[in-house]
Design a protein around this ligand. Sequence first.
Ligand code: URP
Ligand code: ZN
Ligand code: ZN
Length: 492
Amino acid sequence: MDSYDLVIRGGRIVTATDDYTADIGIRGGRIAAIAEGLPRAEDEIDATGRLVLPGGVETHCHIAQESSSGIMTADDYYTGSVSAAFGGNSSFVPFAAQQRGMGIKETLDLYDSRAGAKSVIDYSYHLIVSDPTEAVVAELPVAFERGVTSFKVFMTYDLMKIGDGQFLDILSLARAHGAITMVHAENNDMIKWMSARLLEGGHTAPRYHAISHPALAEAEAINRAISLARLVDAALFIVHVSTPEGAEIVRRARHEGAKVFAETCPQYLFLTRDDLDRPGMEGAKFMCSPPVRDTATQEVLWRHVQSGTFVAVSSDHAPYRYDESGKLMAGESASFKQIANGMPGLALRLPLLFSEGVRRGRISLHDFVALTATNAARTFGLMPRKGTIAVGSDADIAIWDPEETRTVTAADQHDAMDYTPFEGQELTGWPVTVLTRGRRIVENGELRASPGDGEFLRRKPVDLTGLPGAGLGPSGPAETDPARNFGARILP
Ligand code: URP
Ligand code: ZN
Ligand code: ZN
């Protein structure tokens, strides 16, 4: 006799590929059955008239992490995971950031101590490598042993950036272990040079942040990062693409068979540099790197969302409060170089994309699921546990009311922030009940989870099967063929 711990009854189940009405039977935290007319369970959720979607998988957010200039994020793993859950996410993958001088085990242990007793949703980390000395590179396999199968590197920020040779070391090691390397791609020297000129001219206000990060700086770095990855035939994930130039380089490289993936973020689709020009220091709230651009850019980025250049839309939640602990740490008259980069967005990534993407007809519901859950799970080694609704998968489910309209307020974000850059926006379509492994974590606007309910996710190697270039043989000049490229094979 089939019995279930919980049945979600009568909802419209939508995945990246399917759309049908059925009941979901959950047993032991996993989906045990999907069918019409499942037997009654002790615990039931009536999902009639609701959308039943895979819980979001957020793979770009900064939680309990020191910024590139050493400022701690406002959110820890409790507030960050609660905010993510209210935003329809069932799991997330923030960063474990190696600071210069730290070892790999030491870094991962530190983040285990920050996350373990606090997260209400399942979590993993991408390992930021900022100091790839010989000893650190030798220690990197510790990450794979612990199920951390993605790295992140920076091409900018003086305290984080690595050189091209170090980047190649990391890419080729990642390749050998089936891992993927993420990159923040901006040309550091262009930004520093531009910033120095602006400051010399007395141009210190937040609006000059956007001018100091030209589109060319992103395009040059994306092109370089992809060239490095192609040289050693390694998988690369470009985070927060913000320009048409950058997106076009990604599109072309994917078409040419490079193992390149990319994301953009809501801020690049919904905000512009006019927001940086708000009175006084208000513009600081909208400062992130790369910066938000203009409406023409937004239209082009939407087209890349629609046509598959971007596999994910991630929040890049980087929460620094609008007070002396964060954005205003250097005071009210700080220059744009002294203001922490980043903005919050964990709880709004999905509602923004649903309201402005799905409801406006820019993307389908299937695209929505793929961009917010399925593709990230697949790219970062979490499939089939996360990112879909299927028998055997974790019961990570977000039940949505597609008709509910709310006006965004900072107070409703459930994070540790004192502002949201999307204050006052009216959005239609909200998650009402969110489950992680079959447990309700949010139900009808109430938190139902406790700190530490989330589990660490050991991730699998990245599966490149069927992705651009896979199985087609060398995709570029012979020098990028690993079978004859000595450089791609020196590391085991
Ligand atoms: O401005 C941003 N995005 N801050 C967070 C750190 C990073 O660059 O990803
Ligand atoms: Zn970044
Ligand atoms: Zn980031």
